[in-house]
Design a protein around this ligand. Structure first.
Ligand SMILES: Nc1ncnc2c1ncn2[C@@H]1O[C@H](COP(=O)(O)OP(=O)(O)OP(=O)(O)O)[C@@H](O)[C@H]1O
Ligand SMILES: [Mg+2]
Length: 380
């Protein structure tokens, strides 16, 4: 799936694949599973509300077992919500079977039919719809071209590379002109480099086609790279919904800050606002935080100052939080310092290390926070 595929296919032909795209709305969706071990129930998804706009790509990101696949399965109709409503466009799909929902799903395992050729795999969904022979040929041919599978139509899945199999899976998903595309960790089986390539191609394709997409991944970098918005889930709850930049820069809690990117946390006491600046006491120092985010604390509450490893400088002369270097790792693009400061571990990344003298383990240095980049979060 190289960039040229998308570029050489005519705009009108691309639009064919997305002419039915529509919004998805989840209203108060809950899913309870009876525990297979016996008594009780698991709350797989807990009263979630989510609006995915027409043409938008939203990613569900969260730890294993947080309810991502269950959410996709309810939208696709393979699970029924215990409570709540799902709309595709303005249609409540409660009583619509999976094959009538206008949804295509792409899986990690590709789920190709091993005994069918590439062409047959792609054409399958159209045959099920009993379209005319000519239409099947025309649409399958366009999907083959779109995914740059020309010349491979007669091969069987086991005669393709992982990346090619994934392209067949994508071709099969778009050929039926779905209203919504659902992806469940579609790139996890590919090696790191191919995953990155496919991720960028997939995003380019989704944007060009404009098909509403809900995408599940474990990989936070993948989530940030491809999404219009990211949803962070934890134990069936939606913790935060926002653009990748919003979530990275303004995480609402420690869990989210830790889940997207790396984060440092320093405990303190929130002392209130001075205009738009938050004041927090850390040990004997009062730190002024110019851009604290939405602070939902009262003066005197315990708080946590959250900031990214790239928002800290190290200095022996400038004032800061005194720290001890525990370990230094050279990572090419940056140097990583594992430190201890204010009684907590602190991670510092210094980019472009060629221009930096560096410190060694055992040295005492001050961690100088870029206070514009510090957020004040509850100490949960
Ligand atoms: N059929 C089922 N019966 C009982 N419990 C289930 C069933 N399906 C899922 N669960 C439970 O529901 C919760 C959510 O599962 P789900 O598959 O949605 O997680 P996930 O976020 O997709 O995880 P992963 O990242 O590991 O794929 C888990 O605790 C899981 O054990
Ligand atoms: Mg899953």
């Amino acid at each position: 799936m190289s960039d040229t595929v998308v570029k050489t296919t005519k705009e009108e032909e691309l639009r064919q694949f997305s002419k039915k795209s529509s919004a998805v709305t989840l209203r108060n969706i809950t899913k309870l599973f009876p525990n297979p071990e016996g008594s009780g129930e698991t709350v797989a998804v807990n009263h979630i509300n989510l609006d995915i706009a027409d043409g938008e790509l939203v990613t569900l990101l969260g730890p294993s077992g947080c309810g991502k696949t269950t959410t996709l399965r309810m939208i696709s109709g393979f699970e029924y919500p215990s409570e709540g409503q799902i709309f595709i466009g303005d249609r409540d799909v409660a009583n619509v079977p999976p094959n009538k929902r206008g949804i295509s799903m792409v899986f990690q395992s590709y789920a190709l039919f091993p005994h069918m050729s590439v062409w047959e795999n792609i054409a399958y969904g159209l045959r099920v719809q009993r379209l005319s022979k000519n239409e099947i040929i025309a649409r399958t041919g366009k999907a083959v071209e779109l995914m740059q599978l020309n010349g491979m139509e007669r091969r069987f899945p086991n005669q393709l590379s992982g990346g090619q199999q994934q392209r067949v899976a994508l071709a099969r998903a778009v050929v039926i002109e779905p209203q919504v595309l659902l992806f469940d960790e579609p790139l996890s089986n590919l090696d790191a480099k191919l995953r990155e390539h496919m991720r960028d191609e997939l995003r380019a394709l989704q944007k060009r086609l404009g098909i509403t997409s809900l995408y599940v991944t474990h990989d936070q970098v993948e989530a940030m790279a491809i999404s219009d918005r990211v949803v962070i889930m934890k134990s069936g709850d939606l913790m935060q919904v926002g653009s990748p930049k919003e979530i990275y820069e303004y995480p609402s809690c420690k869990f989210v800050a830790n889940f997207i990117g790396k984060a440092n946390f320093i405990s303190g006491i929130y002392e209130g606002m001075e205009g738009k600046t938050a004041l927090a006491r850390v040990g004997a120092q009062v730190i002024k935080i110019a851009n604290p985010g939405k602070v939902q604390l009262r003066a005197g509450d315990k708080c946590c100052l959250a900031f990214r490893p790239e928002s800290v400088k190290l200095s022996k002369t400038e004032a800061g939080i005194p720290g001890l270097i525990k370990r230094t790792t050279f990572l090419g693009t940056h140097l990583e310092y594992e430190m201890e400061a204010a009684g907590a571990p602190l991670l510092v990344e210094i980019y472009n290390p060629q221009l930096f003298t560096g410190y060694s383990a055992g040295e005492q240095v001050n961690a100088v926070l870029d206070t514009e980049c510090v957020r004040v979060l509850p100490e949960d």
